[in-house]
Design a protein around this ligand. Structure first.
Ligand SMILES: O=C(CO)COP(=O)(O)O
Length: 251
């Protein structure tokens, strides 16, 4: 059943990119038509570039997303950005609960859940990130951590079209390390079971992305794993050639 899910290759640019350095994004727009048969493409630049990228991407096969949002729609929250503002700028999806926000800003599951609800309130797709740290993995707690984060971070009432789960083991992010295909299959299978038990038929159709050191050289192997429905790509999403090559690696 999950074989019918169309893959999503999402690029998380993190805190990288200036308005004068958009050549890679332009190259992604130009190359997107060639990979359209393989996967949907989404690029999440820093908030400062969303409007400009969304303008450039109009009519092209690349969607533009954001990396975080505030739970509220407006108000006295200096420095924060509402999901409605990101939608207004042209974003169609928002990443919430990335491990870098959980670590750098102390974000917990309850806040991540509120942010996911805010994403829906704005009519966008929530990409909810989960994943264990190295020490949690070493202690054999991976599935417990994943279950707890899913339980705490996913709002009720999800439908397949508005929720994407990204499994990103923290120890694999930016390190060049990845879990084995067998480990990814086990954990994604566990996530699928959770989603179908919580959201029934919708849960069988939700995309589960793998993230953490995805590169052109390992994309085909990882994307072929059962219940892997695409990737959330960090470093390699900054280069058009690598990002497009990862999409070409989808089965
Ligand atoms: O954090 C990530 C995407 O959100 C993964 O980053 P890398 O692809 O650089 O390991």
């Amino acid at each position: 059943m999950t074989d019918a899910i169309r893959p999503l290759i999402a690029g998380n640019w993190k805190m990288n990119g200036l308005k004068g350095s958009t050549a890679e994004f332009d190259a992604m727009l130009n190359g997107a038509a060639e990979v359209i048969g393989k996967a949907d493409l989404l690029v999440c630049p820093p908030a400062t570039l969303i409007a400009a990228f969304a303008d450039k991407a109009r009519g092209k096969a690349v969607a533009v997303g954001a990396q975080d949002c505030h739970p509220k729609a407006s108000g006295a929250h200096t420095g924060d950005i509402a999901a409605e503002m990101l939608a207004d700028a042209g974003a169609t999806a928002i990443i919430v609960g990335h491990s870098e926000r959980r670590a750098d800003h102390g974000e917990g599951d309850a806040l991540v859940r509120q942010k996911a609800e805010a994403v829906w309130r704005a009519g966008l797709v929530a990409i909810v990130c989960i994943g264990e740290t190295q020490s949690q993995r070493d202690a054999g707690r991976t599935l417990d951590i994943v279950r707890g984060q899913l339980d705490g971070s996913l709002p009720d009432g999800s439908i397949a079209a508005n929720l994407v789960v990204a499994y990103e083991p923290v120890w694999a992010i930016g390190t060049g390390l990845t879990p084995t295909a067998k480990d990814v299959e086990q954990i994604h299978g566990f996530i699928r079971e959770f989603l179908t038990s919580r959201f029934k038929a919708a849960g069988a159709q939700m995309r589960i992305l793998y993230g953490g050191s995805v590169k052109p050289s390992n994309a085909a192997e990882l994307m072929a794993v059962r219940n892997v429905n695409g990737a959330l790509v960090g470093g390699a999403s900054l280069k058009a050639a690598d990002f497009l090559a990862i999409a070409r690696g989808c089965p």
